[in-house]
Design a protein around this ligand. Structure first.
Ligand code: GLA
Length: 383
């Protein structure tokens, strides 16, 4: 078991005096390219990172319970007949149980090491871990795509963020050593090998420590403008819009739609570049994507722009904001031996500009969600 899984299992055993029936975990993700395209029916290219949320779960007799081993908190699952809601981490597992239509009480203890609010999808990781654990605990045998759809439903209908499917899909379907090319309309996904190390490169992630919650960022607002632009154009989703269509738009609708139309094209090209291991081309597309997010979609912040500019000046192959924006993380595809210099340069420049101290991670494309332990022996039936 991984460290996070061991922690969740040990905290479960300590609290309930018996081993958990199921231990599962799910990763966060970085998105290589394709931002805000998912809820427009478009394309994305994320990969899972080796940071995870683990859950130890079992049946409950009486009311269900959710506990966080990291925060030392215990929350109830329901408030009488209603689902409890508390604007906290516990809303994600509650939302998943709600979206999966689960009536049985269960208890679950969580532990994770995905940085929170950093744009690395800690929320999708907790959702995906919960969904997989409940599926195994209750023997539902739903496929990963169905679980991902339920997790998005939790986010949209319970937590209240109108997110697309990318993060949940990545967390449940990514494979080690690969990125996942997803058509967010058909929900077809293709595993594309991604091994930057073979070209002497690594994926450096800069967490600006400008953290956000998409419930109060401009996220839902961006989605609304995209829908308005699609309506103005008379298309179902911006996925269906072309560059020529853009001439019919103006103002914010034009800027937002221009990002989506060009970004979709870039993801298709980036997937091709990855298939042929053309990292120079992938990097070029990453920079272009960043410019489009900064100027047209307007979701970047000075900290992210500073890092991307520094990476470019240092000769990085590519760099861009990753995730929903309004803070969070940037990624850069850099030479293995440039990592130290770029990180140091960014730390110094951030300090000079009065920004928060950034944190850096190097991730290898990691495995998606997994059930890592099932308790031996027969399952106890509910009384
Ligand atoms: C967040 C959402 C995703 C996606 C990205 C932006 O991570 O959860 O669905 O929209 O932002 O690409």
């Amino acid at each position: 078991m991984r460290e996070t899984e061991r922690r969740a299992a040990a905290a479960y055993a300590e609290r309930f005096g018996e081993e958990p029936e199921i231990v599962a975990s799910a990763p966060g993700r970085v998105n290589l390219i394709g931002e805000h395209t998912d809820y427009n029916g478009g394309f994305v290219l994320p990969c899972a990172v080796d940071r995870r949320v683990a859950v130890a779960a079992g049946h409950a007799y009486g009311g269900g319970l959710l506990a966080s081993a990291d925060f030392g908190q215990v929350k109830s699952l329901r408030d009488g007949p209603e689902w409890e809601k508390s604007e906290s981490w516990a809303d994600y597992p509650r939302g998943v149980a709600w979206a999966m239509g689960i009536e049985q009480p269960f208890r679950a203890v969580f532990s994770g090491d995905v940085p929170r609010g950093a744009g690395l999808s800690s929320s999708a990781a907790i959702e995906a871990a919960t969904a997989l654990a409940l599926d195994a605990l209750l023997g539902l045998e739903k496929d990963r795509k169905e679980l991902a759809i339920a997790c998005r439903e939790a986010e949209n209908g319970f937590v209240g963020v109108q997110s697309g499917i990318m993060d949940q899909y990545a967390s449940l379907l990514c494979e080690e050593g690969s990125a996942l090319f997803i058509d967010c309309r058909s929900l077809e996904a293709e595993t594309v090998p991604f091994d930057p190390g073979s070209a002497g490169l690594t994926l450096l992630v800069c967490d600006t420590n400008v953290h956000h919650a998409h419930t109060d960022s401009g996220y839902n607002d961006r989605k609304q403008t995209c829908e308005d632009a699609a309506r103005t154009l008379g298309v179902e989703e911006l996925r269906d819009a072309t560059e020529e269509d853009l001439e019919k738009l103006e103002g914010q609708e034009l800027k937002r739609a221009r990002h989506i139309v060009t970004e979709n094209a870039r993801v298709l090209e980036a997937a091709d570049a990855l298939r042929t291991q053309d990292y120079a081309e992938l990097g070029r597309l990453m920079y272009a994507s960043h410019t489009s997010m900064r100027d047209d979609f307007e979701i970047s912040v000075p900290e992210i722009d500073t890092f991307v500019d520094l990476a470019r000046e240092a000769g990085a192959t590519g760099a861009r904001l990753t995730g929903g924006g309004f803070g969070g993380c940037a990624i850069a595809l850099v030479d293995l031996d440039e990592v130290e210099a770029i990180s140091e340069d960014a730390r110094r420049t951030f300090a000079e500009r009065g920004f928060r101290e950034p944190e850096f991670y190097e991730f290898l494309p990691a495995a998606g969600a997994e059930v890592t332990k099932r308790r031996e022996g027969e399952r106890r039936e509910q009384p």
